[in-house]
Design a protein around this ligand. Sequence first.
Ligand code: NOJ
Length: 813
Amino acid sequence: MSRKGRLKRTAEIYHGDTMRISVRRRLQVLVSLLFVSGLAGVSAAQPGPRPNVQLASKEVNARVEALLKQMTLEEKIGQLVQFSAGFATGPGASNLKWDELAAKGQVGSFLSVVGADATNHYQHLAVEKSRLHIPILFGMDVIHGHRTTFPVPLALAASWDPQVIETVARSGAVEARADGIAWVFSPMVDIARDPRWGRIIESAGEDPYLGSAVARAWVNGYQQDDLSKPDSVAVSVKHFAAYGAAIAGRDYNAADMSELTLRQVYLEPYRAAVEAGAATMMSSFNSINGVPATANPFTLTRILRKEWGFDGFVVSDWGAVAELKNHSIGDGPTVARKALTAGVDMDMEGGLYGTVIAGQVRAGTISESVVDEAVRRILRVKFALGLFDHPYTPVGPVYEATPERRAMARKVAEETFVLLKNEPVEGVGPLLPLTAKVKKVALIGPMADAQAEMLGAWAVTGDAKNAVTLKTALAQRLGDRLLYAKGCAMESGDDALILAHASFDVPASGVAETSIPDDDKTIAEAVETAKKADVAILALGESATWMEGEAASRTTLGFTGAQERLLESVVATGKPVILVVLAGRPLEIKWAAAHVPAILEAWSPGIEAGPALVDVLFGDVNPSGKLPATLPRAVGQEPLYYAQLPTGRPAHGDLSHMPRNADERFMSRYLDEENSALFPFGWGLSYTRFSYAQPTISRAEVPVREALESGHGPLATVGVDVKNTGSVAGTEVVQLYIRNTAASVEQPVRELKGFTRVTLAPGESKHVEFPLGFDELSFYNVDVKRTVEPTTYKIFVGGSSLATGETELKVAE
Ligand code: NOJ
C-alpha cells in the first residue's frame, strides 16, 4: 500500500466509528479496530474504546467479578429479568408474585414502580432477604420530565438548544430519583422522517446532526458524567435500532435500508449517545434488513460493543424477546437464545429469560459465559449508580408543581414554539405579537381549554390538573376582553366512536358510552363568537391522549374531527385569525397556510402551556424555535425530509413550470402536488428580522491528506455576520448546511453540519463561526468506511434549510 493509501486507511479507521480522546487512546483504538477488522489477523473480540469510564473502571469491575463468582446460575439469570410491577405499555403483562421474586433475587429490575415507598418495599426484600443482597434497578418511562411535564421531545428539539434539553433531563432525573427510579427509558433518538409514525413525537425529528446534538444533551443532563451522583440516573437510549424507519410509518413495522443509510443517518444519534457515555440501550421491536433488532448480532454486538466500545447493558423493549416468535425465527427457547447471544442482556416483560435460559445452559446449547457477560454488564451499571451502597430512597414530601418548577417549564416551552407564518393583514399589519389595540379576542377550538392534551402523549407521571391551558392564561391577561367558544370536539362521528372503544376504560359490557358531538351547532356558536371580536385565536390540533405516540400511526395528517371545518368557518367571517397548532407531529395544514395570516406551531407544551403561549402571543417573548421535522403539503409526500439524495431527473421549479412536454413531464415529481415542503426543516420566524452577510471561509482549499489526518480538529472555519434589522431583540438559530458535489457515493442535496443560537438587540450584529473538519465533511463510502475524498463542498448558511448565503471548500487531491 502506498503512503497515501496507508494514511487514508489509517484515517478511515481512526474516524470509523470511534471517539477520540488522546493520542494514547487513539493508538488503543487503532489497535483494537485493526483487530476487529481482522487486519491484524486476530479475533474480532478485542475491546474497542471505552466511552463510559465508570463502567470500564477497575473498581467497578473488580466488585462485579467478586460478586459474579458467588452467584448460582439461577441468581445470574434473575439479574436478566425485568417485569412491570406497575402499569402496562404492551400486551401480555405478567401477574407474578413480585414480592417472592424480589426476595429470591429472581428479578434484576422492575419497571413502572413509582415512589419512594413502593420502590423501597421491593428493595428491602431484595437487599435483606435475597442471598446475595443484590439491589433491584427501578426503571421508568421518564420522557419529557417526570412529575413536572415539559414540552414533548419533538418540541424540545425545536428549540435547537442543548441547554434546554439538559434542563429537562436534570429536572426529570432529580424527580425520578426522589421516586426511587435510577434508570430512565430515555432518550429516544430514533430518526423520524415520516409523521404518519406517531412516535415522531418522542424523537428529535428527521436530522442526524441535530439528533446527535440532542442525544448528547439528554445523556449529559441525565447522567452528568457521573452515575454515582445521588441525582444522576442511567439513561436507556432507544430504540436500537432504526425503529423510526418503520415502513409506511406503521408502528412496529420492518425497517429496510442500505447499510450506508443505516450508519450515516439512523445510527448517528445512537453513536453520539454512546460516545457521551450512555449506560444502557433498549433494543427495538422492528427488524433491520430482515434481522429482528432484538436478535441482531450485527447491531447489538458488532457495532454497539465492538465498534463503539459500549460497556453498558441492553434491555429489550416490552415483550420484544417473546415477540421474536412472531418474526418467525424460532420457538420460545430458540428466540431467547438468539436474543441473549446477539447481545440483549435483559428481557423486559417477556418472561422468557427467566424460564428457558437455565435449561439451555445446562444442556450446553448456551454457554454460561454468555450469561455471565450479560450479568456483568447489568451489575456494572448497578455498581456505578451506587445502588449497592445506597439502595433505598429517602421518603420525602409529595411532589408539588412549585413556582420554581413552573417557571422552568414555562421558559423551556417558550423556546420550543415555531412561528410558521406572520403575514401582514391589510389595514392591521402583522397579527403577532398582539397589541393593546386589540380589544376583544375570541379564543376558539377544542385545544384551547384541554388540560390533559397539554401534557403530550408520554407524560406517565404528569398530572393534568397541573396544566394551565391557553384559555386560563388568556383570561388572566384579558379578563372580560376574552370571548371563548370550544367550536367542536377533538373527534367527531366515527372518530369519536373509535376513541371511545380505543379507551383503556371500556366498561365490562364491552360497549363504550359516548355522545356524538353536534359540530354544526358548536361551529355556528364559534362563528358568532368570532364576529364579536377583533381577532380570533384558534387552538387546534390532534389529540395527544390517543392519537399520538406509540401505536398511533395515521394515514391522514389533518386536524381531527370537525376542526378543519371550524377553521374554515371562522376564517370565512373575515375576522383576522391566528392559528395555534397543538400537536406532537407535523400535521398537514395546507389550507391554513394559504388562508390564515399567522400560524404558531406549539406542539404539546406541558404544564405551562397557557402562560408560555401568552408570553409569545403578546410578544413578551420573541419566538425562536425552528422546525426539527418538515411540514408536508400532502401526506402522499411522506416520507418527506430535506436531506434527500439527488435524482438524475430533478424537477425544476413548481408545478406551474410543468408544461406538457417531455422536458418537464418526465421529471422526479408529482402530477398533483409540489415536491417541496409546506414549511421546511429549520424553518421558523421571529418578531424581528435577521439579515445575513455573505459567508466567508478561512481557506478555500484543503489537501485530502490533511482532511484525513485532522481528527476532530477544524480544517477550515466558515464565518458569517448576522444582523438584527428589526426593532425588537430576538434570537436566531444560524444554520450551516453542506453539499458534497463529487463523492464516490451519492450524498444528500443538503446536510446540516452546524448550528448555533445568537441573541441580538435591535440593530446589533454578531460574527458567527462554524468549524468544518473530518466530523462534518466525512461520509461512509462503498466499503462502509468513513472518509473524505477530493471534492468541492458547497456551503450554505442561513436561517433554515433553504439558506441561500453560499461559499465553498475544495478538498484537493
Ligand atoms: C414500549 C415502548 O416502545 C418503550 O419506549 C418503553 O420504554 C417501554 N414500552 C416501557 O414502557
